[in-house]
Design a binder for this molecule. Structure first.
Ligand SMILES: CC(C)(COP(=O)(O)OP(=O)(O)OC[C@H]1O[C@@H](n2cnc3c(N)ncnc32)[C@H](O)[C@@H]1OP(=O)(O)O)[C@@H](O)C(=O)NCCC(=O)NCCS
Length: 430
């Protein structure tokens, strides 16, 4: 029987999950320091294969969710490949929220790799996303060498940094007009969506919350990692406007102990942000703070008397972006005022993208339409993915041969129109 790629039926979902590393106990991330930002350990901890009850629970949770779009590859009737797109909205320059297919949970059985199953699943997910009206796809990559060939380019970055408590003096600043409170997991579950909704409206690259995003927050210890603790900031009028999850892992030697790990921190305004970090960096009986999945342009550095005290210990790509519909996605973000004709060629998976597109912006509204005639520059699909959220230098891409200019000053114009400040960032993966 020929290979077949289609959404799995409900009665095929156990076989679908069993292909996935997180369900079958196999490694799910490249064992490289620069790749994994989920915690201080080099890989996400492996788990035992999922039990039948666990698989039933996942089917129950996922299958009827209208935002979950699984796809499976079958070979001779057996499920050998699995992936899924989750429907999100991503904040783009100008503050719009654009529908996006978040590709996740991708694997092909080790016995069936390199036979084109992923390529066929990816094509099926692209076609289905376009049918749903999602002009973009995004993902985070277990390995950096896989997804460029499908037209994805790195679009956001994340860093892990450390600060010794003894070096964490802040520059003088006005006193915090709000208040801090240590809260339990139930209150944290209530406040996270409130804070995130405000943060994502203002930060390019942030995503609408995934279903159940904060459901698993608990007060129970997680082995030697210790329990998560939650620090909430309220504005003077009592609204939740910043929150952090942190823990104090146990160490088997005194050298390992005393590190406070910040697993997540979001703040809707600078006062909340400063207040949360001020306490976390001066927690009694600790020596060091480690934070991960942080933006490259963390403003905390510039609040410290010694900006060098923040030592970046890892940095890697986070979201990879892929334009499925060039005019549909380019016309939904804002640009600095200008005009540019962009040629896209070589897009075999989304052939309607190939052509020359005139992008016009008055700084507020923008348009993108097909035109005849010469283009100012030619951009590869993956380079366009990297540029889309405004975090990538067009000059770098041109220097690397990913953009070919045909007109004087075109690369500088592209860079000026597309770049955003602060950098795009997404605080959670999916
Ligand atoms: C990544 C994975 C899903 C690829 O599946 P696959 O069916 O083997 O991929 P395909 O056969 O469709 O490969 C398509 C192309 O990608 C290349 N490719 C696939 N996996 C690759 C990898 N890990 N590194 C580099 N190239 C890779 C293939 O060589 C092929 O190249 P070509 O188009 O030049 O011929 C599979 O290797 C896997 O399950 N890996 C372990 C789990 C994992 O990493 N999942 C990704 C989570 S983000």
């Amino acid at each position: 029987m020929a290979a077949d790629v289609r959404p799995p039926r409900r009665d095929e979902m156990h076989a679908y999950y069993r292909v996935l590393p997180y369900a079958n106990g196999l490694p799910q991330w490249e064992p490289a320091d620069a790749a994994w930002h989920g915690g201080p350990e080099p890989w996400p901890p492996q788990r035992a294969p999922a039990t039948a009850e666990q698989l039933d629970r996942w089917v129950e949770e996922d299958f009827d969710d209208p935002r979950f779009h699984p796809v499976a590859a079958f070979d001779s009737g057996a499920c050998v490949g699995a992936s899924a797109a989750l429907s999100f909205e991503v904040t783009v320059p100008g503050g719009g929220a654009v529908p996006m297919a978040g590709v996740t949970s991708t694997a092909v059985l080790a016995t069936h790799r390199r036979r084109g199953h992923l390529r066929r699943m990816m094509q099926a997910m692209f076609d289905a996303a376009l049918d749903r009206g999602e002009p973009l796809a995004m993902l985070s990559a277990s390995e950096g060498g896989i997804y460029g060939r499908y037209g994805y380019g790195p679009a956001t970055y994340r860093t892990r940094w450390e600060i010794d408590r003894g070096e964490a003096a802040f520059l003088p600043a006005p006193p915090d007009p709000g208040s801090l409170e240590l809260v339990d997991a139930a209150r944290a579950r209530e406040c996270w969506p409130v804070v995130h909704a405000r943060v994502r409206a203002a930060r390019v690259g942030e995503l609408s919350a995934i279903r159940g995003r904060w459901d698993r927050l608990t007060d129970q210890p997680d082995g030697t990692n210790g329990p998560l603790r939650y620090l909430l900031h309220r504005s003077p009028s009592g609204e939740a406007d910043g929150i952090a999850n942190f823990r104090l892992p146990w160490g088997s030697t005194t050298a390992e102990a005393g590190t406070l790990v910040v697993e997540a921190l979001e703040a809707a305004d600078p006062a909340a942000y400063r207040a949360l970090w001020t306490l976390l960096l001066d927690f009694d009986l600790t020596r060091k703070v480690v934070a991960h999945t942080r933006p490259r342009d963390e403003p905390l550095r510039w609040m410290l008397a010694n900006p060098r005290a923040m030592r970046v210990t890892r940095q890697s790509d986070n979201l990879w972006a892929r334009l499925l519909d060039v005019p549909g996605s380019l016309s939904q973000r804002a640009y600095s005022a200008g005009e540019l004709t962009i040629a896209v060629d070589g897009d075999r998976m989304c052939p309607a993208n190939n052509g020359t597109w005139r992008l016009r912006s008055d700084g507020v509204s923008s348009s993108c339409a097909a035109v005849e005639g010469p283009a100012d520059l030619t951009v590869s699909p993956a380079a366009l993915g990297s540029l889309y959220l405004g975090g990538m230098s067009a000059h770098h891409l041109a220097y690397a041969g990913r953009i070919t200019p045909h007109a004087e000053g075109a690369v500088a114009r592209l860079d000026r129109m597309f770049r955003t400040d602060p950098e795009p960032h997404n605080s959670f993966a999916f």
